[in-house]
Structures are given as C-alpha cells and as structure tokens.
Design a protein around this ligand. Structure first.
Ligand code: AMP
Ligand code: MG
Length: 592
C-alpha cells in the first residue's frame, strides 16, 4: 500500500476527546511556515456530508451523479458516492495529487498500519496505544512516560511537535520502494519477509521439469499439458439438429403442411436433397439433409398420416440447427501448454479424437518429519511423545497435487544421519519437504544439518500461523523446511509450497481463488503481519456470503483445518475486522 506513495505519511492517533483537530489546526500554520505542503486525510462518521442541501451540486448528486466534481477559481472538490462500502485506505491515499504535496497527515484511522504520533492527555483517562501498536513512532503527552524509548514531546509544545513533523518529512522524503516495503517488517532482521515476498522469492528459484510423457486420456486427470492442443476436426463435424423435430427448407417456411419423406436417427443420414414441400422427421444430433437448414421442434408439430403441420407462431430460418465447426473450427487452439487437466479437459481432449495427450512428468517429492518427540502412529504411545501428523497431512496435500511421494519417515536426531538422509532424498526426489525444527533459536539437529548443507535460508514470514520457514536447495533440488505446528504446516504449504510445486509441474501463473465475504463475527489480527484464520463460509438467508472462524485459532489445533472450508486472510494493514465488514477468504475445496 504505502509502498506506492511517493511522499511521507504521518498519522495522529488518539482517543476522542484528546483534541486532535484543535491541535492540528494550531500545528498546520507552523508546518506551512516551514515550507511544507500538507495533504490531510480524515475519517468521519458515516452520514457526514461536505455538501449543503439545496446547492446545485447537492441536487445533482441526489439526482443520481455517483461522482460530482465541482470547480471554481479557488478550489475544486470531487465527491464520490460509495454506497457499497467505505473506500480502502490505500485507495483514498491514491486520490491525492502527491506532486503538489510534501507530506500527508492523517487524523484518525487508528487501526491501519502506517507511522503515527500518539497524542495522550491524562485527563481523558484512556489507555496508551503505543505498547500494542508498533506503528507509533513518537508520543506527545502531558505526562512523562518512563518505560519507552520512543521520542516524547509535550502535547502543549507545538514548536516541538512541528519540528518533529518537519524533520520526519525531510528525513523520509522520496522513500525508496525497498525502505517502505520494510515498514511491515522487522527492520532489525533481514530474514523477515512478507507473505508475497516469500512467495515471489521461492517462485523465482524453482523451474518447471523438462521431461514430458505421452499419457492416455483416461489416466490424465490432474496432469499438466506439455503442449498446446489444437482441434484436428470441426466440432461438430457435420451440421445437425439441436432438437427432436422436423427439418424443412429455410426457403419454404409458409406452407400449411409438409410431406414427411423420411425419419433420420442420430448416426444415420438422409441421402437426398430435401425438396420444397418435404420434411424429414429428425432426432437430436442427426445430420440435417442438404437444404434442410431449419428444424421445428416436435412439441410444435402435429403429424397426420404422412403429413405434418406446425402450430408455432413463427419459424425462423436456421433455427434449432447446429452448424459444423460451430463449437470449434478445425485448427482452433483448444488448450495451451500449462493447462491442468480435470474432468472437462479429459472430455474435451477425447471429443477431438485424441486418445492420448502430452503431459509433464510427475514430480517426485520426498517427505520427512523431524523432532525427538515425534513418534510414528501404529504403536503404543511412549512417554513425552506426540504422534506424527505432519507427514500425513503433507502426503495428502501432495496427493491432491498429483505428486509421487517418497516417504522418508521420521528423521533420527543425529546430525550426520540427517545430512546423509537429506542428501539421499535430494538425489531421488525433485523436491524435499520436512516439518519441524526450523524456528529461529531452535536447537534441533535438522537446523544444524541444513546449515552444513548450505544454500538454505531461514526466514521469518510476517504471518500467523507459519512464521518460520526454511527454503533453499540441496544438490540443486528445492528444499522446504516447514514449521512444526500442524496448522502452520498446512498454511505454509498452501502459501509457499503449492504455488512452487504447480510451477514445477508446468502450470502457468497459477493463483489461488480469493473472494470477499462479510465477517459475521469480529476478527482480530495484528498489524504488520498476514493473519490466516480458519474459516467457515456460507450463504446466509439473504444470499450474502458470510464467514466466521472455526473458533480457537491455536496453531496446534489441527481440527480447525478439518472444520474449515476456507482461510480468512487479514492483510498486514488491518488489525480488526468488525462484524459486517468485508474480508478476503481463500476457499479450500479441491486444495486440501
Ligand atoms: P518445532 O518447530 O520443531 O519447534 O515444532 C513446533 C511444534 O510442532 C512442537 O509442539 C512439535 O512437537 C510439533 N511438531 C513438530 N513436528 C510434528 C509432527 N511431525 N507432527 C505433529 N506435530 C509436530
Ligand atoms: Mg522441534
């Protein structure tokens, strides 16, 4: 968002009653004196109106103008109606003409992530925001706050506040893209990435397999086409009837009755040209005889002996006839390389007469679990252990993507054995996936082994669940070290592994389906990270798509993934989604 804003932005956050507007009113002259050109953004209550009843602009708006721009010698104003929902913060920012401004100041918008000064007065009796909001970069107050390293100013010292704003504007002039990007990130840790950064990095580092195979159509479900498919025939091959009925000549429509000369079933043909005054009884899909370019449906016909009469109000020349090549002309491109084959594609390919298709070879994926406490299912539980679930979840996800799975079981906690096993896996498979032991500060053996193998980065992704992620290459084969927590494993797989595997399988530019739904409960998140809650979406009685969470969101509660039919994605700039607000959901059907 603020990534694309070429000038600095600074907010003033406070509870109502603190006197934000009064302070800003007194502050602005000092800022303009210092040479700053100021843009202001303020959030108002929903029935606010800038217009006055009875004014021309008001009347034109009420008459139906959804955007009303009114201009005079000294100013212009654009009023835009947004009856559906309030405009997004990023969009509002994009409305400013930043060429003519040095800084945008924001009053309000407490729960959106961007740098702010917190204003605080003791007499208002409200709690501090800064301990829970790392977007607060300074505080202006009428008391002294001992437990913070944030710059402090007196709320009554306008000169000091003005100096802070001017210094801030100068220091952050023309911020580079990279610098603002890290507004979401822990700048102390270069390994901190946003979800998108992680995805892009991984996608740039994996390649599509090169080998292709010929595959019988009946075995092609889930495979990815390695070449384009062109139609070698006209579909339909011949002009035919779209109805059960009677075929007649289009230049012979006005007769009282027609002589029925034959009955044509699908798979057969009437070998003569149709003459005027004649009709053939014809079935759906049967070829229309020469000149018989029009079909009247059976329900509109009465047969008396050898003759037929029609009781339809009007017959249009060419009706109820499918032309040869109408669906697909010979030579037309039907599918492109990179298309994943599902049921409809199997049928389409067969309908063109192909018994086989060219596909990319299957991916081989090696899977491990790690951790001293992890025990394989199928035997009595030992003390201090948990049964391995991650390996099985991952196997299910891989199955869904049509991968061949090589199960390496649970890795023994021994560095040399781990290095050996990881190298062996990379030799046999195209991709290696482990879970557990990749948290920063974790002393698991897997991490020591990966460190030795080199080429592995340990990232912290600004997301929950699924913060730790290791990615790199072992003997040129992509390696994913997923977190240990069972929900985090699935959420990380969905966000990082699946797009990469799809690319390796040959699929082009795959992106997951995302839609908006209305929150039917308040959803909490934390600014600065992407929150993936497990959600259940459904249509409510009025047909509105709504979503709620599955309940407790602990990243060890695998049951929540089983109950969910979607992930609710709350972007880093938002910390609370309130009941009735729109939120992005990622449906999971067909993916897990
Ligand atoms: P770690 O990232 O290794 O600290 O693991 C985080 C949590 O996930 C711990 O509670 C582990 O016990 C748990 N965990 C690790 N591996 C597995 C697994 N294969 N199946 C289920 N839980 C696991
Ligand atoms: Mg562990």
């Amino acid at each position: 968002m603020i990534k694309s804003l070429p000038i600095p932005i600074l907010g003033f956050a406070a509870y109502s009653g603190t006197g934000k507007t009064t302070l800003l009113e007194a502050l602005l002259p000092k800022l303009t004196d210092a040479g700053l050109r100021i843009g202001m953004l303020k959030h108002a209550h929903h029935n606010f109106d800038v217009d006055k009843e009875g004014k021309d602009s008001y009347r034109l708006r009420k008459a139906g103008a959804s955007q009303m721009l009114i201009s005079s010698r000294n100013r212009f104003a654009l009023m835009t109606e947004t009856p559906e929902s309030e405009s997004e913060f990023d969009y509002l920012l994009s409305r400013f003409d930043t060429e003519k401004l040095d800084i945008i100041l924001v009053e309000g918008c407490k729960n959106i992530a961007f740098p702010k000064i917190e204003l605080h007065r003791v007499e208002v009796g409200k709690p501090w925001l800064y301990p829970n909001d790392n977007n607060i970069i300074a505080i202006a107050t009428d008391e002294v706050v001992p437990d913070t390293s944030l710059p402090q100013m007196s709320i009554n010292d306008l000169e000091a506040i003005a100096k802070f704003v001017v210094d801030y504007a100068r220091a952050s002039k023309q911020p580079s893209a990279a610098k603002t990007e890290s507004a979401y990130c822990d700048t102390l840790s270069p390994a901190f990435l946003s979800v998108t950064q992680g995805q892009e990095k991984i996608l740039s580092l994996v390649d599509t397999v090169t080998e292709t195979q010929t595959c019988p159509v009946e075995q092609s479900y889930g495979r990815v086409l390695a070449s384009d498919v062109q139609s070698p025939v006209n579909v339909p091959q011949y002009t035919n009837s779209a109805m059960d009925g009677y075929a007649i000549r289009g230049d012979d429509l006005d007769r009282a009755q027609y002589h029925v000369v034959a009955e044509v079933l699908a798979g057969h043909a009437y070998p003569h040209a149709l003459e005027k005054g004649q009709a053939v009884k014809i079935m759906t899909g049967a070829p229309t005889p020469e000149f018989a370019d029009t079909v009247v449906m059976r329900e509109q016909a009465t047969e008396i002996g050898d003759n037929v009469t029609f009781n339809s109000a009007s017959i249009k020349r060419g009706q109820n006839v499918r032309q040869a090549g109408e669906d697909l002309p010979l030579g037309a491109n039907v599918f492109n390389q990179g298309q994943r084959i599902a049921s409809a594609e199997m049928g389409m390919i067969a309908s063109l007469g192909f018994a086989e298709c060219s596909v990319f070879r299957k991916l081989k994926v090696a899977v491990f679990s790690t951790g001293d406490e992890v025990q394989a299912p199928g035997s009595k539980q030992q003390e201090n252990t948990i049964y391995d679930s991650n390996r099985f979840t991952i196997m299910g996800l891989l199955e869904k993507l049509g991968c061949d799975i090589i199960d390496f079981g649970i890795l023994e906690d021994n560095e040399a054995l781990m290095i050996d096993a990881l190298e062996k896996a990379a030799e046999q498979a195209d991709v290696v996936i482990t879970s557990g032991g990749v948290s920063v500060g974790d002393a698991d053996y897997i991490k020591l082994a990966l460190d030795k193998l080199g080429q592995i980065d340990f990232w912290r992704i600004n997301m929950r669940p699924g913060r730790p992620l290791a990615f790199g290459h072992i003997s040129q084969k992509p390696f994913f070290g997923l977190p240990g927590n069972p929900v985090a494993v699935m959420v990380s797989f969905i966000n990082f592994v699946e797009p990469a595997l799809r690319k390796m399988q040959g699929e082009h530019n795959w992106t997951p389906l995302k839609v908006n739904a209305m929150a039917s409960e308040n959803l909490r998140s934390r600014q600065g990270r992407t929150e993936f809650s497990r959600g259940i979406y459904e249509l409510d009685h009025s047909g509105q798509l709504t979503v709620r969470t599955t309940g407790k969101q602990g990243s060890g509660i695998l049951r929540s993934m089983s109950e969910a039919n979607c992930l609710i994605e709350i972007s880093p700039s938002v910390d609370t989604v309130k009941v009735g607000e729109s939120v992005t959901i990622i449906p999971l059907q067909g993916r897990i």
